[in-house]
Design a binder for this molecule. Structure first.
Ligand SMILES: Nc1ncnc2c1ncn2[C@@H]1O[C@H](COP(=O)(O)OP(=O)(O)OP(=O)(O)O)[C@@H](O)[C@H]1O
Ligand SMILES: [Mg+2]
Length: 349
């Protein structure tokens, strides 16, 4: 079974002067609109239950105002819930004292902000070292760590620059180096790459994925960009009006969107570049053609399957074991957008 690093149970957040007084109404199903109209309180989060696996990237998606920032800020208790449980490594974050919480934020859960959050009057190296000095690390050690992490995110040589002398992408590399230098096991990233130009953004996703391959942090990553979510997420949870509508593996969400809201998110993706044949394959079928890897996307598999004499291929796992088969018809069906209905010509019916 997967290790659970962060467990969120029955979490509610209501904003307003007397949140507890309206909690029961919300638990009984009162909607966000009704709560605002009748009681002048804002429903931030509603009965959130999420298990965040250790050493993976868990993406949280949703439209603006759906509660993403509210949720991630509960994890290091920048926000107090109205009700619910929050466990990290089985420790109850909500019962931590002030000093325990300070230790928790310094050592266990680092945050990377959308607007980078750098000190403008400190150099790049000082920005990264600062978090360590606060942790009680000696200055010399902090400097050497800072150097190491700046190098690791591709900023060697920029140590003595000030943030304003760097591009947005470089500033966010500093933000990432600062979070990594604290050695925290958990990285909380709230729209960390959203302020960057598309190409720089893709670069930063690569930097993160590269680092993750080596460091195996538990990353909670918020985005409203589906391409980003699919590129980096091991799991995705989708929020609407403060509630989780669907959570699971990206491939499952694409193949089985739970409702129209989710479908709206996924309908414009390039299915050929996103769906993997492992998601569509049928049972193994006695060496039907060449072997292809389960993680190949449809677009790449298409050529191979089309040129197989049987128009089928064996699907194999990473060690070459045959785990399924895939046919041209299955690939074409996977490429078709599920909302576009076929309207067959009467002459051919
Ligand atoms: N301090 C607050 N007081 C009152 N309402 C709040 C407060 N913080 C957030 N909200 C409300 O809670 C809901 C969720 O907000 P949140 O900022 O978590 O959304 P989000 O998904 O992060 O949006 P965005 O994509 O725009 O960042 C919104 O309706 C917002 O207006
Ligand atoms: Mg937000």
């Amino acid at each position: 079974m997967t290790d659970i690093k962060i467990r969120i149970e029955n979490l509610y957040k209501i904003f307003g002067p007397k949140p507890k007084s309206v909690l029961a109404a919300v638990q009984d199903g009162m909607s966000k609109t009704e709560l605002l109209e009748k009681h002048n309180h804002v429903l931030g989060l509603k009965d959130i239950n999420i298990d965040i696996p250790a050493r993976g990237i868990s993406v949280i998606m949703g439209l603006s105002g759906s509660g993403k920032s509210t949720l991630i800020r509960h994890i290091n208790r920048l926000i107090e819930p109205t009700a619910g449980k929050l466990l990290v490594d089985d420790d109850d974050v909500l019962s931590m004292s002030k000093s325990e919480l300070i230790q928790f934020r310094r050592h266990k859960a680092s945050m990377v902000f959308q607007k980078f959050g750098l000190h403008v009057h400190r150099t790049v190296a000082e920005n990264v070292a600062y978090g360590l000095v606060v942790q009680g690390t000696a200055m010399n050690e902090a400097k050497s760590q800072s150097h190491k992490w700046l190098e690791r995110v591709g900023l060697a040589g920029f140590e003595n620059h000030y943030p304003s002398q760097l591009s947005g992408g470089m500033q966010q590399r500093v933000g990432l180096a600062r979070a990594l230098a604290t050695d925290a096991e958990i990285l909380l990233m709230d729209e960390a790459f959203s302020a960057l130009d598309p190409l720089i953004r893709t670069d930063m996703q690569d930097v993160l994925l590269d680092l993750q391959e080596e460091l195996h942090k538990t990353i909670v990553f918020i985005t409203h960009d589906l391409d980003e979510a699919l590129r980096i997420g091991d799991t995705i949870a989708i929020l609407r009006d403060g509630a989780v509508i669907q959570q699971g593996e990206p491939q499952q969400i694409i193949m089985h969107p739970e409702d129209d809201y989710i479908f709206d998110f996924i309908k414009d993706i390039n299915r050929g570049r996103v769906i993997k044949i492992g998601t569509l394959m049928a049972a193994p079928n006695n060496n039907v053609g060449p072997d292809i890897d389960r993680n190949m996307v449809l677009e790449d598999a298409l050529q191979q399957v089309a040129s197989s004499p049987t128009q089928e291929c064996n699907v194999v796992d990473s060690v070459g074991t045959r785990i399924g088969s895939i046919s041209l018809t299955q690939i074409v069906a996977g490429l078709a957008r599920p909302d576009v209905e076929a309207t067959p010509d009467a002459r051919y019916r």
